[in-house]
Ligand binder design. Structure first.
Ligand code: AMP
Length: 142
């Protein structure tokens, strides 16, 4: 098992502005953008800017700073997408379900009796992702 941080992982490249994302929010500590393969309408990712593969090698100070942001985005997502609940998910290493090796947190709107869409179902339409980013942005601002 490798435990090195790869500077060219896809989220590092998004953070450097090398590839686009449907951005919802950015500040000095984190960026929030829509997951391109959402498991539910409005599935967003909160990505700390500091480099770590995942929770296991993260600086505790970074985790302390990101926690209030997770709450804010969860509250905004519940409102923006009329959800009944929110799943906060975070995976560590391949065996733990991780596929992108830069620490990130999933904020997934949930609905009574509705299962999550299968992972890897394919890319959502850009227009849908853009519209959902705007909805979430508005809820965060409001
Ligand atoms: P995981 O590492 O299993 O926590 O999940 C990584 C997540 O990143 C998956 O839900 C992917 O759909 C998502 N993802 C992968 N590439 C991108 C990208 N370029 N922009 C937004 N989300 C992405």
């Amino acid at each position: 098992m490798t435990t090195n941080y790869d500077n060219d992982n896809i989220f590092a490249r998004i953070l450097r502005g090398e590839i686009p994302c449907h951005k919802v929010h950015e500040d000095e500590d984190a960026i929030v953008f829509m997951d391109v393969m959402p498991q539910s309408e409005g599935h967003a990712l909160v990505v700390p800017k500091a480099h770590s593969r995942n929770l296991l090698d993260a600086d505790p100070g970074v985790l302390a700073k990101i926690a209030p942001m997770l709450q804010k985005v969860a509250v905004a997502a519940k409102q923006a997408f009329n959800a009944d609940g929110i799943s906060l998910m975070q995976f560590n290493e391949g065996a733990g379900g991780q596929t992108v090796f830069h620490l990130h947190f999933h904020i997934v709107p949930r609905y009574e009796g509705v299962a999550l869409r299968a992972d890897g179902r394919g890319m959502e339409d850009n227009e849908v992702l853009a519209a959902n980013a705007e909805k979430l942005k508005a809820a965060l601002a409001g």
